[in-house]
Design a binder for this molecule. Structure first.
Ligand SMILES: NC(=O)c1ccc[n+]([C@@H]2O[C@H](COP(=O)([O-])OP(=O)(O)OC[C@H]3O[C@@H](n4cnc5c(N)ncnc54)[C@H](O)[C@@H]3O)[C@@H](O)[C@H]2O)c1
Length: 375
């Protein structure tokens, strides 16, 4: 069996490759994007030992046709991943994520033998604010207005101003991205759906929630909120939590995500579907900060600032029922157990320079994407 992994040198790729049996041939195409790979512009020795590594932009993949020929499964991970950054580096996100996928499909159409299956790493960002209920109906409200956010009304409201209750995200829910990143992930899904259907190639689209764990790049200030929180808490620095701290997210441990991807790669049944991958549990950001502090035996010096990022959604959690109907019981790692593994790794790493994070926030502020509620 031969697998092509685009973006295979990244966080999810590294974990995935470790879990692939040694008899499987692996080809990695990764541009080693400087924002993600800050320390080295070379592939890690352990990756070179395991896979054929090609340093290239996925948009140039046509140049590597020979290496891709004979691939059974493609796992498409290569992407720009910063939600906030996507709101001003728009063409870069469209190029890398949408055009990158288009170029991958053009190469596949030129191959002598087509792959059996493509696994796409999509995101919960395609749901945008997601579905809500007023207790009776499933609703897709317009989202949070700037006016409400500036008044400190953080929850999603209905047409009469009533607060609505978020529903766990189901694969059948409407897709309505609130960021350019989310849009590009949806375009990836749609490009692949359109192409794979016409070519009878299996397509498994995985919509990941917030993935965290050891080996997540700490030097990238645009992604990885758990790294940002951990940095501040471990160094005893003040920590800002946006809005009122009660934003909820579904943090899913990287080992569980890699297992889910492996299941999709290895499954021999015909399989064309879209599947959520999350822990299925919503936690507030305050709960995350307090859990990290407790595990580090520190006191978190945090404040809820009332600042907010334009385009951020208020609540996100995966409904994992569809996964369970395909693969059986989903038993995700608990947040506490996952964070304990993360912290054990983190304590041996060079922390993120606080000035890098501050610069990224300043950048968002200057673009009008990080605002404060009116006092
Ligand atoms: N980590 C998460 O929380 C999360 C959540 C939802 C979806 N995803 C998706 O999972 C995938 C992998 O994410 P990750 O967390 O491993 O990110 P990552 O940034 O660690 O890895 C992405 C890899 O892709 C490479 N890359 C970027 N643009 C490229 C291009 N144009 N050509 C070739 N290589 C390129 C980067 O160098 C990097 O090694 C992405 O598609 C992302 O959208 C991740």
């Amino acid at each position: 069996m031969k697998i092509l992994i685009t973006g295979g040198a990244g966080f999810i790729g590294k974990w995935l490759i470790e879990k692939i049996p040694p008899e499987v041939e692996i080809v990695v195409i990764d541009s080693l994007d400087k924002q993600v790979h800050r320390k080295s512009q070379d592939f890690a020795p352990e990756l070179i030992a395991r896979a054929k590594c090609i340093k290239a932009d996925v948009q140039e993949i046509a140049d590597y046709r020979e290496s891709v020929e004979g691939t059974d499964v493609i796992v498409h991970l290569a992407a720009q991943t910063g939600t906030g950054q996507s709101m001003y580096e728009i063409s870069r996100y469209v190029q890398d994520n949408a055009n990158g996928t288009a170029k991958l499909l053009e190469l596949i159409s030129a191959l002598d033998r087509k792959p059996r299956r493509i696994v796409l790493s999509s995101s919960r960002a395609v749901y945008g604010d997601g579905a809500y209920t007023n207790g009776q109906n499933v609703l897709y409200p317009k989202g949070r207005s700037l006016e409400n956010l500036q008044r400190g009304i953080w929850e999603v409201c209905g047409s009469e101003g009533e607060i609505l209750t978020p529903l766990p995200m189901q694969e059948t829910h409407l897709t309505k991205p609130t960021s350019v990143y989310g849009l590009t992930k949806l375009w990836q899904e749609q490009l692949l759906e359109n192409y794979c259907e016409s070519q009878a190639i299996d397509l498994v689209t995985l919509r990941f929630q917030n993935v965290y764990g050891p080996k997540q790049e700490l030097g990238n200030p645009y992604t990885g909120i758990i790294g940002i929180f951990t940095n501040a808490i471990s160094q005893g620095s003040p920590l800002e939590i946006f809005e009122d701290g009660l934003v909820t997210r579904d943090f899913v441990f990287i080992g569980d995500v890699a297992d889910a991807v492996i299941k999709c790669v290895a499954d021999t049944r015909p399989l064309t579907t879209t599947i959520n991958v999350g822990s299925g549990r919503a936690v507030t950001l305050i709960e995350v900060v307090e859990t990290i502090a407790q595990l580090l035996h520190k006191k978190a010096d945090f404040s809820v600032s009332g600042r907010f990022r334009v385009g951020d959604v208020r609540h996100a959690v995966a409904d994992m029922n569809h996964y369970e109907t395909i693969f059986g019981k989903w038993q995700p790692t608990s947040l506490k157990a996952g964070l304990a593994q993360y912290l054990e790794w983190y304590l041996h790493q060079e922390p993120l320079n606080p000035s890098t994070l501050q610069a990224s926030l300043k950048e968002m502020e200057q673009k009008g994407l990080l605002l404060a509620k009116h006092t």
